[in-house]
Design a protein around this ligand. Sequence first.
Ligand code: 5GP
Length: 220
Amino acid sequence: MPEGPADLPHQPGLLIILSAPSGAGKTSLYRALLERVDGVVASVSHTTRAPRPGERDGVDYHFVDEAEFERQVAEGAFLEHARVFDRYYGTSRAAVEAERAAGRDVVLEIDWQGARQIRERVADAVSVFVLPPSREALRERLEGRGQDDPEVIERRMRDAEAEISHYAEYDYVIVNDEFEEALGSLVAVVRGERCRLDHRRETLAVFADRLMGKIDEAGG
Ligand code: 5GP
């Protein structure tokens, strides 16, 4: 919920895009943001990839087959969709719009291709890119996932480089060196964006009219 007096009507919630190469710690930051700031919710994407152990349908992703994904593309159900690592991923337009209309800020954890589409379609979207602190740290994080096949690591490094090459398309860039500090920056971005006049012009107009005595406290 946008900050401000609770009885004021809400502007639409923010649409916040979060992108990063895998190995930058994006998912931990994202989860911590949801816990740390009230009124921020996750968008649950659709994907054609298989669930990983521990992932739940409808919570981590909506897991669908290609036919179902294509049907939803044809219906215009996705605000953006892209092929990432040979699988399809998409963001539900209706779910995002419902959350925003209810005054909640929605975070999309999506890749650079999806971010580009959102920027073209949603003028007030806010985008954040997360970078690892160094190439060594990136490599260590990509190696630290159990499978140490050097070819797999090299492919992940190339994928990460490709994602990183798009950092300059984003509004904010956060280097995730020290986790708490990076989280603080992300929280600051969300809180700062909530204060922007552009995002809450109508709400503030009512609030300021009350402050100036132009309308009474009951809103009349
Ligand atoms: P993973 O399969 O590891 O969960 O995600 C792989 C990549 O797909 C990540 O870079 C993630 O940001 C991206 N991704 C997840 N959901 C979406 C989505 O709905 N749209 C787009 N464009 N990318 C997504």
